[in-house]
Design a protein. Structure first.
Length: 316
């Protein structure tokens, strides 16, 4: 049971958030702004978002919105992709420090060197990458369309970067030869077979659903593998009512919203992306107050990266 002090602190926080939400609504109207939030964001951000989604849906929304300002609540590569797809919009991030360690595992020079070794290969790059890396790429993909994108390219060989786990998953669904970069997501890659076995023992009736950024041996245990949106849809539409979830814990917000009577057990307490949690409601309001920090991409880089992103949108 919560103590009197804890209850008082919770009430103060609730009142503070109520005031922030009122201010946010005023600012959104004044600036003609839209709030986009990834499913891994804190609940307090997902609650106020105009649109929640996975990387693909958010990129699609950024490309089609008629708002003047996009407040992108996710990590840096996502806001950068939004700016590339919507160059005339102002794209704000609540906290610019929200990066993606996986995206930092590949750089343009390294990718150029690999391309030189495999001149006949097409380059398929996961959207979790910098604009400079995208500019070296033939076509981007997200976890929701990776197999389709790889199968769409006109070469037998594909250079894949940066996620080795998603790359392994795709390689099982294509005849193309995959040359796979050795990057990974620190959060998803932490989930082990042992974690899943223990959870299955504790919840024997639950189905196991996971993201393809998990290790191959973990993915092999899953009843369903898919992007964040794929997992949410599968759980909502399934006749089953109990799930062990192998992706970031922010997904719980939408899972519980869609299926309040179902049970969701996250497969490990470490399934938390610290970068995604850097953003707060207070920072969202501050970003719209100050119109900072804004995302900028050098035009010569943006132009090439846009081609790779637009090809993905066309294929999907
Ligand atoms: P999706 O949004 O494509 O499910 O990817 C998850 C992820 O790790 C985003 O950083
Ligand atoms: Fe990057 Fe993994 Fe965090 Fe997604 S969950 S932003 S891939 S570190």
């Amino acid at each position: 049971m919560a103590s009197t002090m804890e209850i008082a602190a919770m009430e103060r926080k609730a009142e503070e958030n109520r005031q922030l939400r009122i201010r946010l609504e005023q600012l959104k109207k004044e600036r003609n702004a839209i709030i986009l939030a990834h499913y891994y964001q804190r609940d307090e951000i997902q609650e106020v978002a105009d649109f929640r989604g996975d990387s693909f849906l958010l990129a699609q929304k950024a490309a089609s919105t008629d708002a003047d300002v996009i407040v992108f609540c996710g990590v840096h590569f996502m806001a950068e992709s939004a700016k590339i797809l919507a160059p005339d919009k102002i794209v704000l991030m609540p906290d610019e420090r929200a990066g993606c360690p996986m995206a930092d595992m590949v750089n343009p020079a390294g990718l150029r060197a690999l391309k030189a070794k495999h001149p006949n290969a097409r380059v398929v790059t996961y959207i979790n990458s910098s604009a400079e890396v995208k500019a070296e790429t033939d076509i981007c993909c997200t976890s929701s369309n990776a197999v389709k994108v790889v199968n769409s390219v006109d070469s037998d060989e594909v250079i894949w970067c940066p996620d080795k786990n998603l790359g392994h998953y795709v390689s099982q669904h294509t005849d193309k030869k995959m040359i796979i970069w050795e990057g990974y997501c620190n959060t998803h890659d932490m989930l082990t077979v042992r974690d899943v076995v223990e959870m299955k023992q504790r919840h024997p009736n639950a189905l196991f659903v996971c993201h393809p950024e998990c290790r191959p041996e973990v993915v092999a245990m899953a009843d369903f593998v898919g992007s964040t949106t794929g997992i949410i849809k599968y759980c909502r539409e399934s006749d089953h009512d109990e799930f062990i979830v192998g992706t970031e814990d922010g997904t719980g917000y939408q899972l519980r919203k869609d299926s309040p009577h179902k049970k969701f057990h996250f497969a490990s307490k470490f399934l938390v992306c610290p970068n995604m949690k850097v953003n707060t409601l207070k920072k969202v309001v501050r970003a719209l107050e100050t119109m900072q920090p804004q995302i900028h991409v050098r035009p010569e880089v943006a132009e090439k990266a846009r081609l790779a992103l637009e090809r993905m949108l066309q294929v999907s």
